[in-house]
Design a protein around this ligand. Structure first.
Ligand code: HEC
Ligand code: HEC
Ligand code: HEC
Length: 373
């Protein structure tokens, strides 16, 4: 028995030394161009599949069919994923295609993964492959938005993909004649940072209400938010990679531009927002004007203004009037969970720590229906 154990130990030591010697000799070809041997490829893929399956156990997917969710994922896909993976009608970068393994065309491979597995991959990335983790790990809601989009991807043609992920940037003409180039074409032509791609041509937000309106928002608040995204103090895996490229002057310029638009915009009870149920609206109005003392919720109007336009308040307090319903709901959930971030994170998040789901829907419905004028 002892002899066998000693023998095994010797084998392990000699084997380990052999591997070290091989690594030390430099004979192993780490070049991506060399490819993997079939057995190595099989082994790596086998390991990856099983790892993802195991780690995704116990993750429950929320409902993912919401168009606002799909829209939020789509915009980021074009800038953050398509350069490696390609998209319907979009070639991946030839540089990325020489990675090992080459990033797969996702329309074909998405079907093998469950929602929970996709969530895990997109949130954590895959070691030693170049597949990156989500840039803002606390924003699980953004990761789910990406999964919602990925599940839609196999059924998207080039045209629909373009509309969802790029607005119609190719056809854009400046509606106002004073748009900073960053707003419409990005920092360089065709750049994924072009704000209009996600926030709409006039800053009206995403067509499905998944991306916030910027038009008619207060300029100081917009500039502050862009800085918070750049610093990461307001975490977002979608806005952080955009905001870091903007200089302070560019942030101010864009903030002033968007604030100057939409002064006359009417509230749009969005086609995707739920029907304005009178009972919920009444509840929402009561929360906004009186708060809910027994849940320590102060009146929202004390900071966001009596009509939700934040007028006569600190200029860095946001207007809520006319903002998209889905965006408001999402932000309130983030505040309640304590992960929204921002310069005034402490001030705002304590207000809604005890708010219920129904109260969130009610107050969001109320503010979405108010005019910005
Ligand atoms: C720098 C290049 C790169 C970027 C950017 C990138 N990926 Fe990947 N991704 C990869 C590579 C390489 C793999 C293959 C990993 C493997 O086969 O083990 C991969 C694998 C995947 C997979 C598993 C696919 C499969 O069936 O094997 C999914 C899903 C995925 N990526 C989604 C995304 C999403 C969503 C984004 C954007 C948020 C993204 N990727 C950004 C390189 C990238
Ligand atoms: C890839 C899509 C995308 C692009 C491109 C993009 N945004 Fe955003 N933006 C978003 C999303 C999604 C949010 C919501 C972020 C969150 O949930 O925290 C957002 C939020 C914002 C906010 C905060 C709004 C609020 O009410 O708090 C501002 C300000 C903003 N973006 C400005 C810009 C500007 C300016 C540009 C162009 C330089 C730009 N964005 C480009 C998707 C995008
Ligand atoms: C004490 C002042 C105060 C009160 C009361 C208050 N808020 Fe806020 N709220 C703020 C500030 C300041 C911000 C901006 C935080 C930041 O981005 O740093 C904010 C941000 C928000 C946002 C995000 C807006 C956007 O465009 O991203 C929503 C939604 C919101 N508040 C809803 C509410 C609701 C609903 C209530 C009432 C239940 C409420 N707030 C009460 C100060 C307040």
């Amino acid at each position: 028995m002892k002899r066998i154990l000693l023998l095994l130990l010797a084998v392990v030591i000699v084997g380990g030394a052999g591997i070290m010697l091989f690594a030390w000799s430099g004979l192993y070809n780490v070049g991506a161009s060399a490819g993997h041997m079939a057995i190595t490829r099989w082994f790596l893929e086998f390991g990856m599949r099983n790892s993802v399956e195991t780690h995704a156990l116990g993750i429950d997917a929320p409902p993912l069919a919401e168009p606002a969710l799909i829209e939020r994922g789509a915009g980021h896909f074009q800038g953050g994923c398509a350069p490696c993976h390609g998209a319907p009608g979009v070639q991946p970068s030839p540089v990325a295609q020489h990675m090992l393994p080459a990033p797969p065309e996702l329309s074909n491979s998405i079907g093998i993964w469950s929602s929970a597995e996709l969530f895990w991959i997109v949130r954590h990335g895959i070691k030693y492959t170049g597949m990156p983790a989500w840039p803002a790990p606390v924003r699980v809601d953004e990761v789910w938005a990406m999964v919602a989009f990925l599940e839609r991807l196999p059924r998207l043609g080039p045209e629909e993909y373009r509309r969802l992920a790029m607005a119609d940037l190719g056809k854009i003409t400046d509606p106002t004649d004073k748009a900073p180039p960053t707003a419409l074409v990005g920092l360089i032509e065709g750049d994924p940072t072009a704000c209009a791609r996600c926030h709409g041509l006039r800053g009206e937000g995403g067509a499905a209400g998944g991306v916030p309106r910027l038009d008619g928002q207060r300029p100081e608040y917009l500039a502050m938010s862009l800085q918070d995204f750049a610093l990461g103090s307001r975490p977002s895996g979608i806005m952080h990679p955009v905001a870091i490229y903007l200089t302070a002057e560019e942030r101010t310029r864009l903030a002033q531009y968007y604030a100057s638009l939409g002064q006359g915009a009417e509230p749009h009870h969005h086609q995707y927002a739920p029907a304005p149920d009178p009972r919920l609206l009444e509840l929402g109005a009561a929360i906004a004007e009186k708060g809910v003392p027994e849940q320590s919720i102060p009146p929202c109007s004390s900071c966001h203004g009596p009509r939700g336009r934040a007028e006569d308040k600190n200029p860095r307090y946001p207007a809520l009037a006319g903002q998209h319903y889905h965006y408001l709901v999402n932000q309130l959930e983030l505040w309640r969970a304590g992960v929204r971030g921002g310069t005034f994170a402490e001030l705002m998040s304590t207000n809604v720590r005890n708010i219920t789901d129904e109260q969130i829907r009610a107050v969001a419905l109320y503010y979405a229906g108010l005019s910005r004028r």
